[in-house]
Design a protein around this ligand. Structure first.
Ligand SMILES: C[S@@+](CC[C@H](N)C(=O)[O-])C[C@H]1O[C@@H](n2cnc3c(N)ncnc32)[C@H](O)[C@@H]1O
Length: 264
């Protein structure tokens, strides 16, 4: 773990308690193999599912997204994948910044949440039950073959005359992950209470580990500039990848350090 880099040598398997933009400014070009990141959206976020309200997230007055998109493109290796969490009302701006930075934008993924959000106009808007992710490529990289999801048809069945035999495991995933076969994007409030880990936008480690397995190889370096409670780092460790990132809030940074130590 690191407090501050202090020089331009960036190691891996580190979370720095610092501003992400300072960290990336010290990173060499094409340094990381995959970006999986969950930035603040530039709004004051309050979650109403418990009586104890979360503090407003650091950075929620907004980050310089244009610069962040540009730096993300620069530090990513060629022929690599990047995932940026977003939200419907920020999507047009985030999309445009990422496109202008040079990314090829391939999908907007929509992933079911583990709990339905209790913010906004409770009587005049639909409940937000999904996370949105902009999936990008720098250059071109094909998805890994994984054993995450089985095809429903039995392996070896011919499902169409003249077509090749169906494989046991899915090689093409949907952009929308809903239903019991997929992990949820977030935990529910019961999980947070049971684990004593509170963060208004914490993500499910299993779900993150699926994206990592689809888009990177063991040993590769996964970057998340907004680590929160360290979920991306845990997912990287679980899948034998390396991790690197920042978290500006000391309390969340310490939670991340604790979670990593417990896992190791
Ligand atoms: C959407 S949350 C990420 C939550 C994380 N995915 C998890 O599962 O815990 C964004 C995080 O970015 C942090 N943050 C905001 N501005 C930052 C900055 N400039 N540099 C580093 N971290 C920042 C916030 O404190 C917050 O914890």
């Amino acid at each position: 773990m690191g407090e501050e880099t202090g020089n331009s040598i960036i190691l891996s398997d580190q979370i720095y308690c610092m501003d992400c933009m300072e960290l990336v400014s010290q990173m060499p070009d094409r340094y990381v193999s995959m970006i999986l990141t969950d930035p603040p959206y530039g709004i004051s976020y309050q979650n109403n599912f418990t009586n104890s309200r979360h503090q407003v997230l650091d950075g929620d007055e907004g980050i310089d997204y244009e610069l962040f998109a540009h730096e993300s493109y620069r530090i990513l290796k060629d022929n690599a994948h990047a995932y940026f969490f977003t939200r419907f009302d920020c999507y047009p701006y985030h999309y445009e910044c990422l496109r202008q930075a040079g990314f090829a934008i391939k999908n907007c993924m929509v992933i079911e949440k583990g709990t339905v959000g209790g913010i906004g106009d409770l009587k005049g808007s639909y409940a937000n039950n999904a996370e949105w992710i902009i999936f990008c490529q720098k250059g071109r990289r094909i998805f890994n073959h994984t054993t995450l999801l089985q095809n429903r048809k039995k392996a070896g069945n011919r499902f169409h005359a003249g077509r090749e035999l169906s494989k046991k495991y899915k090689t093409r995933f949907n952009a929308c992950w809903f239903g019991t076969e997929y992990p949820k994007a977030t935990y529910n409030s019961v999980w947070q209470k049971q684990n004593g880990i509170y963060h208004p936008t914490i993500k499910n480690v299993v779900f993150l580990s699926w994206l990592i397995q689809i888009s990177s190889q063991p040993g590769e370096l996964i970057f998340d500039g907004f680590m929160g409670t360290g979920s991306t780092a845990l997912a990287a460790i679980e899948t034998d990848r390396r991790y690197l990132g920042a978290e500006i809030n000391r309390e969340y940074y310490e939670t991340a350090v604790r979670r990593i130590a417990k896992m190791q």
